[in-house]
Design a protein around this ligand. Sequence first.
Ligand code: PBG
Length: 323
Amino acid sequence: MPSFPSYRPRRLRRTEALRRLVRETWLDPSQFVLPLFVRSGAGIRQPIESMPGVAQTSVDELVRDAREAASLGIGGVLLFGIPDHKDAVGSEAWNDDAPVQQAIRALKHDVPELVIITDVCLCEYTDHGHCGVVRNGDVDNDATLELLAKESVSHARAGADIIAPSDMMDGRVRAIRSALDAEGFSSAAILSYAAKYAGPFYGPFREAAESTPQFGDRRSYQMDAGNSDEALREVLLDIEEGADMVMVKPAGPFLDIIHRVKTETGYPVAAYQVSGEFAMIQAAAERGWIDRERVMMESLVGIRRAGAQIILTYFAFDAAALL
Ligand code: PBG
């Protein structure tokens, strides 16, 4: 490799045209997935305090947001449901007439160009806020699988393109794949939240989804932040069980994991820029401490450069509009 003064890296940074020509990574709205929170009713848009600009909406308002997303070229939406009532097993999760299922049908009809991804988990639906059935103070893995499978089938029946289990139970991908196939939904894809870390970055989301655990935390099922080899094992296990795409979550603090998963599997990798990552940027920008748009775009480019093809982000609207 030539060295200074024959090689001058600054030559290719002189103008925006030159910089653009040699840029290795860029963003496109088609890579973004916008998370949406749906509840029952009509004309409802209930802001989430810790996530400025994000709201829980009724199906009609959600369709409006989704239309706008599609017109900006955003690739897809990720749906979370807020049920009318919760119980110990989260039975609203597989109610074919619950808000998520209604939203899927409405979107399929009104905005068919959008990819519909549904978050499959029980924490929004259980009265204790854990991601599975609780027995003797612990989340019962195997008893939960059957319920996740029922929830997934209900979403597929409504028309979901991609099922995204976020519960982190062992064996859920296989259970869901078998149930979908048995019910005739072999073309519904699975995006597993494969390497999902337990931690403080989901704080604002729990207000959004009303899913804070009523006792304990999620460390017995979500991953420990110090682990990287284990993320690979989780990912390979999900792929072996039938996952079509895998997700790393959160994104910003786990860029090395995104990179490893991409290079070591070659599978489509999604990364979730979660509520806490979003809230930090919003809060600092509100105080005038950072340039909101530039920090937002750089946070997204970093996730892409690490190896994520798909970014789930609350900035999808704003970033797509800027592009
Ligand atoms: C459900 C789920 C969570 C998120 C996505 N799906 C919360 C959690 O695991 O506690 C977090 C998303 C975010 O913080 O933006 N299990």
